[in-house]
Design a protein around this ligand. Structure first.
Ligand SMILES: C[S@@+](CC[C@H](N)C(=O)[O-])C[C@H]1O[C@@H](n2cnc3c(N)ncnc32)[C@H](O)[C@@H]1O
Length: 259
């Protein structure tokens, strides 16, 4: 396939990115005012959003035009806007994994933006791999985590979004039971985003051994604290027992490269 190319780099131009969407802020108005002031005090190349504030960075994600287009055209809500850097981690993992043997998998799909951003970065409707997407769709089995739209008929809405992407296999049901409806034998790319430790470990139990050498696993919540900390607590010993240490990314994700 034709992989996306980076445009020539303009040394004079640095993108600043700001979105008001972050989580865990007790006084959003005060926080916004303070950060507005702070942003004026730092060198260019700032990124503020998704609980990140950093500066003096290349912000490479915004210079990769094909990624930028894929991300922008798939934004459906404030969170999709804010998590641009997380999406670029997925896109770069996918760039690597699309050149390996094996399918692509996402456990925890919600509206499908994570899958579709990756596919649109790497060919859109002609994305060259089967992409499996597992979710209960119409309801959220994680207490306190019902997302907008998760009700009867939601699965069909997500399916409609992939009407022109015949290589997508969306599987509706509770994991890990729904693997019985079908699962790939070989996996190149695995994104796990279930917001709960038992579900994520159950998915790993089935899929980890199927990830090919060089394949990449991204855990969306691994490096987030608060209610997500129990995922790190469960996943660290699971990976350690197999001789792996998770790369904790500043985006809040965790990354593993399969040997
Ligand atoms: C944060 S959302 C996924 C977001 C998506 N990965 C993205 O990048 O846009 C988490 C999803 O996991 C699903 N989920 C959680 N536990 C599950 C389980 N055991 N089986 C199937 N789906 C589950 C929820 O229904 C929810 O849609």
């Amino acid at each position: 396939m034709d992989l996306p190319k980076l445009p020539p780099l303009n040394l004079e131009q640095i993108v600043n990115f700001y979105t008001p969407k972050s989580w865990g802020i007790s006084d959003p108005a005060r926080f916004a005012a303070l950060m507005e002031e702070a942003r004026q005090l730092v060198t260019p190349g700032s990124y503020l959003g998704d609980n990140l504030f950093t500066w003096g960075r290349n912000n490479s994600l915004f210079e990769d035009t094909e990624f930028r287009n894929a991300w922008q055209q798939n934004i459906q809500n404030d969170a999709d806007q804010a998590i641009a850097w997380r999406r670029y981690i997925l896109a770069c993992a996918a760039f690597h994994c699309v050149q390996l043997e094996g399918d692509f998998v996402e456990c925890g799909v919600y509206t499908g933006t994570g899958i579709k951003t990756v596919m649109d970065y790497l060919g859109g409707p002609s994305f060259p791999k089967t992409f499996w997407g597992y979710d209960t769709y119409d309801y959220n089995p994680v207490e306190g985590h019902r997302f907008a739209g998760q009700q009867e008929g939601f699965f069909e809405t997500v399916q409609q979004r992939f009407a022109n992407y015949p290589q997508t296999r969306l599987i509706k049901g509770f994991l890990p039971d729904s693997f019985a409806q079908g699962a790939p034998e070989r996996v190149a790319y695995l994104h796990i985003d279930l917001n709960n430790a038992p579900g994520e470990l159950a998915a790993l139990e089935v899929l980890f051994d199927r990830v090919v050498p060089g394949g990449i696993i991204v855990l969306d919540d691994y490096e987030w604290a608060g209610v997500y900390r129990s995922q790190k607590k469960a996943e660290d010993p699971w990976f350690e027992a197999r001789g792996y240490r998770v790369f904790p990314l500043p985006t809040g994700q965790g990354l593993i490269i399969k040997r």
